[in-house]
Design a protein. Structure first.
Length: 442
């Protein structure tokens, strides 16, 4: 079985991660006690991807729960789904990261890193054919951003032939609680560029808008913001967890989605966002998946170009022919927003198991050059603060220097230039420059 080890780090990562385990457990017919209900038999076929099965037929998540202070870990344990986890997979510190990336990455986080890696190794050793890791974290604080990226680095060093995926919540001024978020986010993205195999960008700005306009919640809580995130992650992992048409794994996903090594940040989307929606049909699901209103990253895809994208459809009576027809129509109408020099750049997958709150659904992931808007926003906020060296002394005191600040900024600016280059590139220019080699005939 192609196992995936799940890491949830920091307060935000643990809140989302716990909801994720609840959601997929219900889809697979697994209860709070880890026992299968005996009804949803299709949930057993590939359950070993995310769960260890004990000799007593109890399903235990391949999850590692990490934080730098015990409060968040206690909250997970006290949750009604908390007892499904392996108690040995909870790892925490005591002093916290103080919203400082450097504390999470270099000092406080480094102290518990070896303990976390021991848990990861134990989970890896119980896997028959480990395909990779997935990390859920945020980039605004100190633990999720600092310790989360440190763990990605260590995992990459120890398992270089396994793919790691990050589900990263990017900060937004709308729900900002941390003044130094621009610093933490900049260093976090810098690390993701170096160590993540692929990254799904979950933007608090977009989540806030979805809660207000789609859920009609004027002042959304963190739990409200996490609802669409959980739906998206559950949908994105569908093909790993269930058999279906055109099954995929982490490696196949990366191969089809990443045309250039550094352009590995995806925009996720989901439809229908509200479980009360009953008027959804296949056509509306397809159209909504390509609508910015249903995307979990605050950027307009019509300001850029799709290099690649993928859609995962779920439902009992889905026809590949009908879905392909709908997607072809979208590409025909919006051909200007797809890179013309990458043919067949829309990947589809179908799963016959519907989500628990809707008869049909669609999940979207797009590699669109418009995502540079999010990184530009982070760089702009960072530059305004760093030009005055505001709050920088907190990072200096943990051993960082100006060179690290400059390297992180330059790395992201280089990535922005790369996105811009491929957005404005003309395939005809490259064709005209290409001169075929002459080969000898044998």
């Amino acid at each position: 079985m192609r196992e995936i080890i799940h890491l949830q780090v920091g307060q935000c990562g643990n809140q989302i991660g716990t909801q994720f385990w609840e959601s997929i457990s219900l889809e697979h017919g697994i209860g709070e006690d880890g026992l299968h209900d005996g009804v949803k038999m299709e949930g057993l076929t590939r359950a070993d991807v995310y769960w260890n099965r004990t000799s007593s037929n109890r399903f235990v998540p391949r999850g590692v729960i990490v934080d730098l202070e015990p409060g968040t870990i206690d909250s997970v344990k006290e949750d009604h789904w908390g007892k499904i986890f392996n108690p040995a997979n909870f790892v925490h510190g005591f002093s916290g990261a103080g919203n400082n990336w450097a504390k999470g990455h270099y000092t406080e986080g480094a102290e518990i890193c070896d303990e976390v890696m021991d848990v990861i190794r134990r989970e890896a050793e119980t896997s028959e054919s480990l395909q990779g890791f997935q990390l859920v974290h945020s980039l605004g604080g100190g633990t999720g951003s600092g310790l989360g990226t440190l763990l990605l680095d260590k995992v990459w060093e120890e398992y270089p032939d396994r793919l790691n995926t990050a589900f990263s919540v990017f900060p937004s001024e709308l729900v900002s609680e941390v003044v130094v978020e621009p610093y933490n986010a900049l260093f976090g993205v810098h690390s993701l560029l170096n160590d993540a195999g692929q990254c799904f960008v979950l933007d608090n700005c977009a989540l806030y808008e979805i809660c207000q306009k789609e859920f009609k919640i004027s002042s959304p809580t963190h739990k409200d913001l996490n609802r669409p995130v959980c739906k998206a992650i559950t949908g994105l992992t569908t093909c790993f967890r269930f058999p279906g048409q055109l099954n995929a794994d982490l490696r196949k996903l990366a191969t089809n989605m990443i045309p250039f090594p550094r352009l590995k940040f995806f925009i996720p989307g989901y439809a229908p966002l509200s479980s009360s929606s009953q008027d959804y049909g296949k056509s509306k699901i397809v159209n909504d998946l390509f609508s910015s209103k249903h995307m979990l990253a605050a950027c307009n895809p019509r300001r850029g170009k799709y290099l690649t994208c993928a859609c995962i459809f779920r439902g009992a009576d889905l026809s590949m022919r009908e879905i392909d027809s709908q997607l072809t129509e979208v590409q025909r109408k919006d051909s200007a927003f797809f890179a013309e020099w990458i043919p067949n750049n829309v990947k589809t997958a179908v799963c016959n198991v519907a989500p628990i709150d809707s008869p049909e659904s669609g999940t979207f992931m797009g590699n669109n050059t418009a995502i540079q808007d999010i990184f530009s926003r982070i760089v702009d906020q960072y530059r305004r603060m760093y030009s005055k060296r505001a709050f920088a002394h907190w990072y200096y005191s943990e051993g960082m220097d100006d060179m690290e600040f400059s390297e992180a900024e330059a790395n992201i600016v280089d990535m922005l230039d790369e996105y811009q280059m491929y957005e404005s590139g003309d395939v005809d220019d490259d064709i005209n420059e290409y001169e075929p080699e002459e080969y000898e005939s044998y």
